[in-house]
Design a protein around this ligand. Sequence first.
Ligand SMILES: [Zn+2]
Length: 242
Amino acid sequence: MLPIIEKLLELQDCDRQIIRNRQRIDRIASDRTALESQESNSLSELNEARKNAHAIESQRKELELETDSQQELIQKYSQQQLQTKKNQEYRALANEIVQCRKTISDLEDRQLELMERFDGAQETIESAKQKAEYANKLATEKIRQLAEKDTELRSEVDRLQAEREQLAQRLELPVRQQYERLLKSKGGDGIVDVGQGVCGGCHVKLPVQIVITCKGQKEIVHCPNCGRIVYYDDKRPALVED
Ligand SMILES: [Zn+2]
């Protein structure tokens, strides 16, 4: 293999590792975001459940106050009954008292209903709490692991960056510039093998002359279709032909 191609392939291999590690780092970031949003969703569910229970309790307290004021009315009407000497007025007050008692009975029914709903809401709070605690525990542990992996990958990228810098310095400037351009546009796939006369990058059949020049291994050859550097791998086991 042409020595310059060997150098380019070593550099490309290093760049491919950098690309793979960067993709892993990106995945870690999105995994982390997903975990955090799961955690915050379960916290909002818990808050919702608490708000709901609180609203039920406030409604019940309001009904309690209404009941108290109805009781006070009964007291008041009873007092007035004791003071009045008129039959009609006495009966009217008695009617009022009956009415108040009926209202109280309705209010008590509604309070009972709210107490049942409150019990249900408490159960919802309990299960939301457990869910939130579990999500928090899980997220904390996983985020810790992800952070460790992230640090590990970042230091690996730093090491590879230094390595690729050294590998790149072995190339003459014009070749290096060609390579860097290909790296940018093709993303770690700029130097490709000519397999069966086809460009290993764009898969277009190469002109015979290009394949012959490639096999000659005297100069850098580009695919006329995609511009990648194509090389002939003489170490690759030949395909058995019938
Ligand atoms: Zn090509």
